[in-house]
Design a protein around this ligand. Structure first.
Ligand SMILES: [Zn+2]
Length: 195
């Protein structure tokens, strides 16, 4: 199975632990490897570096310079589910993504996800964990972003109605139309009657 951009980026950093690496040479190396494996250039390896930083895998030293510290990585993992809990969740789920059923043998990286996020009071317990493939884990994160966005526009719409701001009302309704058109976050009702 050919490696993903993310896996290649992490591989490069793991091969240079504790080094402060500017992103240029990393991107060059990843581009070359990816091109060899896939036959086409990778899309935006730079974005994978930022994503790995957001996920706590890479430390940002300064703009465009990152470092992989194995001890820090271990720390981040510790603040996630403790290893024994993680293992219990993976075993309960049969080492398969609970959404698509894919596992490591299908070439996907598995993540143990907090059903209720920790910043919303979720705990590191087996009950609060679920096995997700990397793709569905990311999808879940993105969906919660769109949820937050929809709620934000609902509040903006209600304010606009109170102030009889027709322009803003129409704008918000267009935003809700986009959510509907893409069938995203339908469980949050739009505040206008137009459905
Ligand atoms: Zn999945």
């Amino acid at each position: 199975m050919a490696k993903t951009i993310r896996e290649l980026v992490l591989e490069y950093f793991k091969n240079h632990p504790h080094e402060e690496l500017p992103h240029g040479p990393v991107v060059d190396w990843v581009t070359e490897q990816y091109q060899q494996e896939h036959g086409n250039p990778p899309r935006d390896p730079w974005r994978s570096i930022r994503q790995l930083h957001q996920d706590g895998k890479l430390m940002q030293i300064k703009k465009g310079v990152y470092k992989y510290d194995p001890d820090y990585d271990h720390e981040v993992e510790l603040h996630e589910f403790p290893p024994n809990v993680k293992k219990a969740i993976l075993e309960r789920d049969g080492y398969k993504c609970v959404v698509c059923g894919r596992g490591e043998e299908d070439g996907v990286t598995l993540a143990v996800d907090h059903k209720k996020p920790k910043d919303k009071g979720g705990t590191n317990t087996i009950d609060n964990g679920q096995t997700l493939c990397y793709q569905h884990n990311l999808l879940k994160k993105n969906y919660s972003q769109t949820e937050a966005g929809k709620r934000y526009f609902i509040r903006m719409y209600e304010t606009a109605v109170a102030e009889q701001d027709e322009k803003m009302i129409a704008f918000c309704q267009s935003v809700f139309d986009v959510y509907d058109a893409h069938d995203i976050n339908g469980h949050i009702d739009r505040p206008d009657t137009k459905k």
